[in-house]
Design a protein around this ligand. Structure first.
Ligand SMILES: [Cu+2]
Length: 132
């Protein structure tokens, strides 16, 4: 019996450590949201914001995802000092390089979900959801 208690208490120590680490990670993830604040921002990417004028700031498309009515022109404004592009993942549309303070507009004429990125910084991603 004495042999059993040792390994068990060691395991539970590791469990507690693991829980502590997980908690820290979750807290860090929640507080690094960048303050884009649109109500119930609890993790899921499903909550699209209605917007036709997103900005590109700090190497992020903001807000994203956005939802617009079909036929709507969306205009992105680059607020960074660095050039960016708005480039469809499927090639449906692309801007040329957008300089600081410059804009790019695209009119969405078909219902669907459009994922895009920056061709210069391929880690920058955004989504436009076009509805009826
Ligand atoms: Cu970029």
């Amino acid at each position: 019996m004495a042999l059993l208690t040792r390994p068990i208490s060691r395991v539970s120590t590791w469990l507690l450590l693991g829980l502590a680490v997980v908690t820290v990670v979750i807290v860090a993830a929640c507080s690094s949201g960048g303050g884009s604040s649109s109500g119930s921002g609890s993790g899921s990417s499903g909550s699209a914001v209605s917007s036709t004028s997103p900005v590109i700031k700090s190497f992020e498309f903001n807000p994203s995802p956005i939802s617009v009515k079909v036929g709507t022109a969306v205009t992105w404004t680059n607020l960074d000092a660095t050039n960016h592009t708005v480039t469809s993942n499927t090639g449906a549309f692309t801007s040329s390089d957008i300089g600081q303070g410059k804009t790019y507009s695209y009119t969405f004429t078909k219902v669907g979900t459009y994922q895009y990125h920056c061709a210069i910084h391929d880690y920058m991603h955004g989504t436009v959801i076009v509805h009826n």
